[in-house]
Design a protein around this ligand. Structure first.
Ligand code: ADP
Ligand code: MG
Length: 430
């Protein structure tokens, strides 16, 4: 079918059961079915998958979807198979397949049955697969989590750097990159690396108007402060992020002895315990998960009412992602972070052993965290500005939803801060 003959709303309903596109989805889908290189920047939960799944389903040929996480690929393939009577409509190609399974995948692609082929970037480098894919009809290549291309992203993966070369070998096919990382630097890197300077770019707003942002100085009272906060939110779901596994265990224990139902979650726990704790949280058998950053990937609990950062994260992207797990349902979401410069120094120490280039990027990202934590301006404005988005702190959505706006620092105080800063600058210069 020609692109202009496709009734997208009908196909949307038929495959996904949805009546309406969300946000920019329809524009993106159109861009892809007309064969354009496209670049999609939408926050987590924005509905990026559909942007490439729908065009793949309605077009001839197979779309290749590159994704970094095997578990997520499997979930997506299962979901797509649920939309169709043909299991072969979607496949994963990875190193765990047997010879027989690989042959099945190949024959489903060759016969035109397979619309979506999920691959990990390292599998795509295999010569055998490249040779095979060269000989079949491909509709486009979607690169999910495209920020993995950039060293400025929070999840750099060197294999992603090779993708452009491999795709070139496969022929002249459109590319679509998708990410939830909105910093202009990462975006630039992605477009450059994929060599698609003229890609149609679609960027959704990153403003989460229902989240309240608050940063408090970290003092020795932090523990009683956290306990008080949670008791004020009795029966509500929340996540507390800590930097180390040890701290996670400590805080989880502290909460438990204070009568708060909480479980720890970190990569040091065995898989069974982790899964159990996650389920307990999702099923509301416990109110609070105390976790390292290992917790959260793909977690979709709509009614998380608070996210506390016991330790400030290493970048504003991480902060945005982690706080973003609050208030998915549009209801209240309180994001409270504790900040002390000592924690920044700790994070700097972690970077000390890394390659210089990586260290430099790490420091630059940390400086942004410091500036955010110490600012007296609208935190929302600051965050959105970091993501390249203008925000009107008087009239924008959620304008009064942060500590700085609700309780502006008094003039005197602010003035003292400036004087203090000038003094420090002067002293360091001397
Ligand atoms: P992202 O990859 O951007 O984080 P997903 O693709 O995982 O987001 O989609 C997030 C959720 O939004 C999913 O539960 C999906 O089913 C839902 N969704 C996507 N598009 C629509 C739509 N047009 N109408 C209703 N729900 C949608
Ligand atoms: Mg996604």
């Amino acid at each position: 079918m020609k692109p202009n003959e496709i009734d997208l709303h009908k196909e949307l309903k038929k495959y996904f059961g949805f009546n309406q596109f969300k946000g920019l989805q329809e524009q993106v889908v159109n861009s892809i079915i007309y064969g354009n290189n496209s670049f999609v920047i939408m926050p987590t939960g924005g509905g990026k998958s559909l942007c490439y799944q729908l065009p793949a389903l309605v077009q001839e040929g197979t779309a290749i979807v590159v994704s970094p996480l095997i578990a997520l690929m499997k979930n997506q393939v299962d979901a797509i198979r649920g939309l169709s009577s043909e299991a072969g409509i979607a496949h994963v190609l990875n190193s765990s397949l047997t010879k027989t399974e690989i042959n099945q995948v190949k024959s489903d692609i060759t016969s035109g049955l397979t619309k979506l082929l999920y691959v990990a970037p390292e599998s795509l480098t295999k010569e055998e697969y490249i040779q095979f894919l060269k000989g079949v009809k491909l509709s486009f290549v979607a690169i999910d989590e495209a920020h993995c291309i950039s060293e400025w992203g929070h999840d750099f993966r060197p294999e992603y750097r090779n993708l452009r070369n491999i795709i070139k070998q496969l022929g002249d096919i459109p590319i679509i990159g998708l990410t939830a990382t909105a910093t202009p630097k990462v975006q630039e890197d992605i477009l450059k690396n994929l060599d698609m300077p003229n890609a149609n770019t679609f960027k959704a707003s990153f403003n989460r108007a229902n989240l309240y942002y608050e940063v408090k100085p970290k003092t020795k009272n932090i523990e009683s402060d956290i306990i008080r906060f949670i008791k004020q939110h009795k029966g509500k779901s929340g996540v507390i992020y800590c930097l180390s596994r040890k701290k996670v265990e400590e805080i989880a224990h502290l909460l438990q002895v204070n009568g708060i139902s909480a479980v720890p979650y970190h990569a040091g726990l065995d898989a069974k315990t982790r899964a159990r704790h996650q389920d307990m949280f999702l099923m509301e058998d416990v109110d609070v998960v105390v976790a390292t950053i290992a917790f959260g990937m793909g977690i979709d609990k709509p009614d998380v009412r608070f996210v506390i950062h016991h330790d400030i994260p290493k970048s504003l992207e991480s902060y945005y992602q982690e706080t973003g797990r609050a208030g998915r349902d549009g209801g209240e979401g309180h994001c409270l972070a504790y900040y002390s410069y000592k924690d920044i120094e700790k994070l700097e120490k972690f970077m000390a052993g890394k390659p210089i280039a990586e260290q430099e990027i790490g420091y630059a990202l940390l400086q942004e965290v410091v500036a955010y934590a110490e600012t007296s301006m609208s935190r929302r404005k600051y965050l959105l500005h970091y993501f390249g988005e203008e925000f009107d702190s008087e009239t924008g959505d959620g304008a009064d939803m942060d500590d700085n706006v609700r309780n502006p620092k008094k003039k005197v105080e602010a003035k003292n801060q400036v004087e203090l800063l000038l003094k420090v600058v002067k002293e360091t210069r001397e």
